[in-house]
Design a binder for this molecule. Structure first.
Ligand code: FAD
Length: 376
């Protein structure tokens, strides 16, 4: 495993160059990245993707974030939705979605979080049942919150539950819900996060979907869900490490030139050491991120699960600290709009709580890795 393989260096430079030459509009960057094949680098070549892995998609997002231009929907559209459809979709679903997701001309949001479930996915209450008319159609009812990018997505991949015929137990299942489906409404949630991608509350009121809106098997939903959630954690780690690199880069540039005594402020160890600490923390998180991506690309879902959780944890903590230290390095300018760092304070914290919170990862490691008993 290496984060410095020659082809990755080329990919890194090319993505950084794209971010530098593209205007400030996120849609323009998305479209250009799609044309150049970066958005679907992980998707199968036979459906218009790059035929590479989540490693390469993480490289793309990390470099965009390092340039200060992260595209949040990369975490969702090609990484979660594209992966799930590529691995478990029918031929029809793959042909319908993958070429567009790869080119960036189609986008898909991902909806799992619910107001009364949050971190506890076992409480998901969005339920799908078959229509009584024998058509095979599904009727999907429930509510979702904090779903990113629904307004620009052609459809949302919604995690619902179906009733197992034999036992009556509810099992997770994934449904493609088009944005214009009757009974599907969305409302923007005001957030204090400076990001082009917005968050939405979704209401699904008996949304009627054709039988083939179900992605994958009705009774293998959990395994399929996790196939998408590991890439989500890996990509969030890429988002966070890139944001951390961006913040530290800005702080270092400032500390080299800002002078209020006889030397630049970066010569004071009280300024330099926190930046050095953050650099180390980010590099350590990157090692775990590319370890997780390598395991995932090698087909080791179980090994990737643990590593992806640890990488997301380490990257988020590193990013939150890096942004805090960077803002402080700039003194008053750190909190000005002009220098653009203060808005990262909330953005970095998003990676600490989403898509899975710091505490839920600590719980995972406590129980799964260390074998400690559960409190909940
Ligand atoms: C900007 C943003 C974008 C998002 N985008 C999406 C999206 O596109 N799709 C989507 O589905 N979701 C999305 N989310 C939702 C996100 O995944 C959830 O916010 C996250 O999973 C936490 O759920 P919650 O907010 O309900 O918190 P809760 O589950 O209510 O948790 C609140 C606090 O309690 C702690 N806690 C809960 N249970 C335990 C426990 N057992 N032990 C210890 N501590 C515990 C948590 O760690 C957390 O600190 C987004 C969120 C944000 C902020």
């Amino acid at each position: 495993m290496s984060t410095d393989a020659h082809e990755h260096q080329e990919l890194r430079s090319a993505v950084a160059a794209l971010a530098a030459r593209c205007g400030p509009d996120a849609d323009e960057l998305w479209a250009e990245a799609g044309k150049l094949g970066y958005l679907g680098v992980n998707l199968p070549a036979e459906y218009g993707g790059g035929g590479a892995g989540i490693t390469e998609l993480a490289v793309v997002l990390e470099e965009l974030a390092t340039a200060g231009r992260p595209l949040l929907l990369l975490v969702v559209s090609p990484a979660i939705c594209g992966t799930v459809i590529a691995r478990f979709g029918t031929g029809v679903q793959k042909r319908a979605w993958l070429p567009g997701l790869a080119a960036g001309t189609a986008r898909m949001a991902f909806g799992i979080t619910e107001p009364d479930a949050g971190s506890n996915a076992h409480r998901l209450a969005t339920t799908a049942r078959r229509a009584a008319d024998g058509s095979g159609d599904w009727l999907l009812t429930g509510r979702k919150v904090f779903i990113s990018g629904v307004d620009t997505a052609d459809a949302t991949l919604v995690v619902g539950r179906t009733e197992e015929a034999r036992t009556g137990r509810l099992r997770p299942a994934l449904f493609v819900v088009p944005r214009d489906a009757p009974g599907f409404t969305y409302r923007r949630i005001p957030m204090e996060v400076a990001s082009p991608e917005k968050q939405f509350e979704l209401v699904l009121d008996e949304v009627r979907l054709p039988a083939d809106a179900l992605v994958g098997e009705e009774d293998a939903g959990l395994q399929q869900l996790f196939a998408g959630l590991n890439p989500e954690r890996i990509m969030t780690a890429a988002f966070a490490t890139g944001m951390g690199r961006y913040a530290i880069g800005r702080a270092v540039a400032y500390a080299r030139t800002r002078q209020v005594w006889d030397v630049p402020i970066g010569a004071h160890q009280a300024v330099a050491h926190p930046l050095a600490q953050s650099h180390i923390e980010i590099e350590l998180a990157r090692l775990m991120l590319y370890k997780a991506a390598g395991l995932y690309d090698a087909g080791d879902d179980a090994g990737a699960g643990e590593a992806a959780n640890m990488a997301k944890y380490a990257a988020a903590e590193a990013a939150v600290r890096a942004v805090d230290r960077a803002v402080h390095t700039l003194g008053g300018n750190g909190l000005s709009t002009e220098y653009g760092l203060a808005s990262l304070i909330t953005a970095a914290r998003v990676t600490r709580v989403a898509p899975v919170s710091r505490e839920m990862i600590l719980n995972y490691v406590s129980h799964r890795t260390l074998g400690l008993p559960k409190s909940y």
